[in-house]
Design a protein around this ligand. Structure first.
Ligand code: URP
Ligand code: ZN
Ligand code: ZN
Length: 462
């Protein structure tokens, strides 16, 4: 039996903060005890004095190797999961994609083939449904049985992933029947396409116009519609990448009615803004994602939503495209810039910076980044917490280390950082995934193939 001991750290979960020694046996947390109170023997001992011991992060929204915008997200399952581990994330839930005209099965098989044997950390899948029809509805129970218990529908991107209201209602009805969670990208795609066409006709081609045409009201309108469709279907709803204050207000209103409606935001909406989209030259392309970055004054509303639990999860929506050759596809036409930002490596650190700045508590940090996504997507208590029996996905976190985020030092396979030059306090020191050391004080010890597929149960947040 391989035994690892982590001594003297402050163990932080969503529920409590306790100085404790943590004993790991055979990849699982075996026991916690007051520091020094037990004479445990171990093969390896990590001294976490002065440090935090936190659950490995659960990033419930990533797009690795996803074909999109005429190109493909630049992180593979190998590079993306390695970068995640560097940042203290030990579980991802990636989006398998159904191509139009194909079966869900084909998309899911393709995603298994991409991930199998290549991941440094554990992984699970949601399923993007881009072609709702009778055959697809009949496939959904099989996927739920295989542990793919959430389905994402798009109100945006007509001609690509878009579903109309009738299709969304049908998919929601089926998901509700199965106990699965419906995830929605809430933006009014057809209306946005009209505004895109009009902007381009006026010669407004720069990246900043991406943010202008994708109006906050069109995010709010779609969010409202998604909530009403979910009500009619009797389905729980999870709205991804919420960026607009007005959309958040729709979620808060639904939750005030007691509806099972949940929301996620991402670090880019909390730390970046339309100021970045308006950076000179074509630099703004680095910040093109959908929903788009909003004016800075939306950030306070999002932080409030995270504190009041109108938003439950912070994920990255990691969907990286290199500036050279990928973002550049949209020079002269912002609508051709591939949508997506890199971020899988920095979520834990950026949220810790919010702890340092007094925006959220330490326990809320762990709840938003680890426990709530694990519960939302049926991975708790195996993931997202530190308790006897849970996977030993553990991070020793130095809350005092100062680091500067930069493309020169990050590990994501992308040629720029959305946070270039930003200094944050706090840094991952050691990462264990199911008891195996993946990272220790700057030495990467992980390997592709260590990560295994996680079949998920249904949502545990209801
Ligand atoms: O811009 C984004 N968010 N790209 C990834 C696809 C999506 O809509 O989540
Ligand atoms: Zn989306
Ligand atoms: Zn996404």
């Amino acid at each position: 039996m391989a035994r690892t001991l982590i001594t003297g750290g402050l163990v932080i979960t969503a529920a409590e903060e306790t100085p404790a020694d943590v004993l790991v046996e055979d990849g699982r947390v075996a026991a916690l005890a007051l520091p020094g109170s037990q004479r445990w023997s171990a093969d390896r001992v990590f001294d976490a004095s002065g440090k935090y011991v936190v659950p490995g992060g659960v990033d419930a929204h990533t797009h690795l190797e996803m074909p999109f915008g005429g190109t493909r997200a630049s992180d593979t399952f190998t590079t993306g999961t390695r970068a995640a581990a560097w940042g203290g994330t030990t579980t991802i839930v990636d989006f398998a994609v159904q191509s139009r005209g194909s079966a869900l099965r084909a998309g899911l098989d393709e995603w298994h083939a991409k991930a199998d044997g290549n991941c440094a950390i554990d992984y699970a899948f949601h399923m993007i449904v881009s072609d709702v029809n009778e055959a697809v509805l009949r496939e959904m129970p099989g996927l739920v049985g295989e542990g793919v218990t959430s389905f994402k529908l798009f109100m945006a991107y007509p001609g690509v992933f878009y579903s109309d209201d009738g299709q969304i209602l049908r998919a929601m009805q089926q998901a509700a029947e199965l106990g699965a969670l419906t995830m929605v990208h809430a933006e009014n795609g057809p209306a946005i396409d009209v505004l895109v066409e009009q902007a381009l006709a006026r010669g407004e081609t720069d990246p900043r116009h991406h943010g202008e045409v994708r109006r906050a009201l069109l995010e709010a309108e779609a969010t409202h519609r998604a909530v009403q469709l979910a009500r009619v279907a009797g389905a729980p709803l999870y709205v991804v990448h919420v960026s607009a204050r007005e959309a958040l207000a729709e979620l808060a209103a639904a939750r005030d009615l007691g509806l099972p409606v949940f929301g996620e935001t991402c670090p880019q909406y909390l730390f970046l803004s339309t100021d970045n989209l308006a950076e000179p030259g074509f630099e703004g392309a680095k910040y093109v994602c959908s929903t788009p970055l909003r004016p800075r004054d939306h950030q306070d509303a999002l932080w409030r939503g995270l504190r009041t639990d109108d938003l439950q999860v912070v994920s990255t929506d990691h969907c990286p495209f290199c500036f050279a050759g990928q973002k550049e596809l949209g020079r002269g036409d912002f609508s051709k810039i591939p949508n997506g930002l890199p971020g899988i490596e920095h979520r834990m650190d950026l949220l810790h910076q919010a702890v340092v700045e007094g925006r959220i508590s330490r326990r809320r940090w762990i709840e938003l980044a680890c426990a709530a996504p694990a519960r939302m997507f049926g991975l708790h208590p195996r993931k997202g917490t530190i308790a006897p029996g849970s996977d030993a996905d553990l991070v020793i976190y130095d809350p005092h280390a100062v680091q500067t985020l930069s493309a020169a030092t990050h590990h994501m396979n992308v040629d720029y950082s959305a946070y270039e030059g930003r200094t944050v306090t706090g840094r991952v020191e050691t990462v264990l995934s199911r008891g195996e050391v993946v990272l220790d004080r700057g030495d990467y010890l992980g390997r592709p193939g260590h990560g295994t597929f996680l079949p998920r149960s249904t949502c545990q947040y209801l």
